[in-house]
Design a binder for this molecule. Structure first.
Ligand SMILES: Cc1ncc(C[n+]2csc(CCO)c2C)c(N)n1
Length: 223
């Protein structure tokens, strides 16, 4: 699965840490069904809090956007996060007896705090591209994971989660976010991102966010 040329370059520059994220043992155990349910629920509760902050971060992208197209696109992601992705968590946790109020009142783990505030800071202290490169590993990494797990044909209790990220709707979103990134780079930097003075900092942001995704999976295995 490829989601545009900018993502491909950033992913390559991240080196083995990208594989650590997308092939983490949490992910492999979601795929083969051996992940304990307690670990999955712990992850979902933390992820619900994560998504609240990511909704803020995509809202900040609306404010940092340079064009109406960028604004409209990011506003659409905010809507999808608040009304769709978070509802998946409410439904899955509800089945396990955890209600929405309990989700909101859960205590944030430091790994979660580190990641979400890092991304928000990228947006507050930087521009639209800084924010988008910090957001990209989250969206596109889950795209790769969902795509891979949905084709491995294993039966697992986590099939609904896999179907969400491996399904056509989410894969389409990833293609669009990849294109948003390519267009944003083309409009601000030009054809050759890797040759621009901003490459090192943008690549570092992407790699740091990827490291924080690895930390999030590690946290998931440690309820
Ligand atoms: C730790 C963690 N990383 C990535 C995602 C996936 N995700 C988060 S925000 C977003 C934007 C578009 O819906 C997507 C796909 C997650 N849920 N939790």
């Amino acid at each position: 699965m490829t989601y545009g040329t900018t993502f491909s370059a950033l992913r390559k520059a991240a080196g083995p840490i990208w594989q650590d994220y997308t092939h983490h043992s949490f992910v492999e155990r979601l795929g083969d069904g051996t992940l304990p349910q307690a670990a999955f629920l712990h992850y979902l509760v933390q992820d619900y809090l994560f998504l609240i902050h990511f909704s803020r971060a995509w809202s900040l992208a609306v404010a940092k956007a340079g064009t109406l197209d960028e604004m409209r696109y990011c506003a659409g992601v905010v809507h999808a996060l608040l009304h769709e992705e978070m509802q998946l968590h409410v439904a899955l946790c509800g089945e396990a007896g955890i209600n929405a109020r309990q989700l909101e009142q859960a205590e944030e783990r430091p790994e979660n705090l580190a990641y979400t505030r890092y991304v928000l800071d990228a947006g507050y202290s930087g521009d639209f591209l800084d924010l988008l490169t910090a957001l990209a590993p989250c969206v596109l990494g889950y795209g790769e994971i969902g795509n891979r797990l949905s084709h491995c044909g294993e039966t697992t209790p986590y099939a609904d989660w896999i179907a969400t990220y491996g399904g056509a709707g989410y894969q389409h979103l990833c293609t669009e976010v990849g294109a948003l990134l390519d267009t944003a780079v083309a409009q601000r930097i030009g054809a050759d991102l890797a040759a621009s003075p901003r490459w090192a900092a943008l690549s570092k942001r992407f790699t740091t966010a990827t490291r924080l995704e690895v930390g999030f999976w590690d946290m998931g295995l440690d309820p």
